[in-house]
Design a protein around this ligand. Sequence first.
Ligand code: SAM
Ligand code: SF4
Ligand code: SF4
Length: 339
Amino acid sequence: MQNHVLDARNRPLRDLRISVTDKCNFRCQYCMPADIFGPDYPFLPQHKLLSFEEITRLTKIFTSLGVEKIRITGGEPLMRKDLPELIAMIRQVDGVRDIAMTTNGSLLAKHAHALKAAGLDRVTVSLDSLDRERFGNMNGRGYEVETIIQGIDAAAAAGLSVKINMVVQRGVNDQDVLPMAIFFREKGYTLRFIEFMDVGNSNGWKLDQVVPSQEIVELIHAHMPLEPIDPNYFGEVASRYRYVGTTQEIGLISSVTQAFCSTCTRARLSAEGKLYNCLFASVGEDLRAPMREGKSDEEIREQIVDIWQKRDDRYSEIRLSNTPDLPPRSKVEMSHIGG
Ligand code: SAM
Ligand code: SF4
Ligand code: SF4
């Protein structure tokens, strides 16, 4: 039986993002800057991570409340051992219509086949530049562009649906927008541009580093004409454009300049089992302890209903209306809840 639940702003609970690890092999400056996430950083020990059984149990409870789409994220999800086993377990859950994963792509060539065989539907691969040196600097660990492209191609060859995400930061990689658009148009993958966000507490975000989506559309349109197309479904976060005369698309995720909180149907589960109502939340509610204390599914379900019904978050809308006056606040790190 499905019992849909609405939050305090009438938004249904439809999507669950599950972070499976807080670790990552990259040190992207905008997410896990190396000077903060250094060798002594206290990453979660194994026993604090939700087990695959615990994640699957929660997934079942969430689907009973209306969740249909699952996204696996991190940290870098492919750093979690035996991830395809988890995908296979989630695939068995009634009501799960779609399983996607966000990854930096560095380990994808190795795992694409097993992920597809386990039941993964889609991957989003993050790639911020095609320039060898810039990409090496941005990922903080000298990883090569070619490795990521091989991961992307392996995922497509395995039968996964593939999209590419590029976070655009003025003065860092804005010169890569056009080369990325041309490259992925030719390769036939949808590229989505993400506005640089003030997630976490450590990425030194400034508004003037955000390249507004509109500027990106105008830049690409001047070289390769674009036309807008309708959203696929209610709550789709990317605005979509098509290259005129083709079926090839790009997407723009304008989290800063055109906030989409009013249709935000996403709950986020951290690797240690805390439930967050918003990417910019300061605190999450622990679901691991109740599970380990022997609470029943029904009791945990009631706890989730209670959390969601009180949900009033709309950080990006508030930021949009008064960025300069935003009081400083402590936010969960992106690498804990995965974007
Ligand atoms: N490690 C995986 C990856 O990079 O795809 C999954 C986790 S990562 C936190 C999820 C997404 O968040 C990535 O596409 C990444 O580029 C994006 N992201 C991280 N920090 C961001 C920021 N400050 N602004 C916008 N997007 C960000
Ligand atoms: Fe790792 Fe992804 Fe964060 Fe980069 S964005 S540091 S790849 S978790
Ligand atoms: Fe959803 Fe929070 Fe982002 Fe708004 S700011 S779209 S509520 S995650």
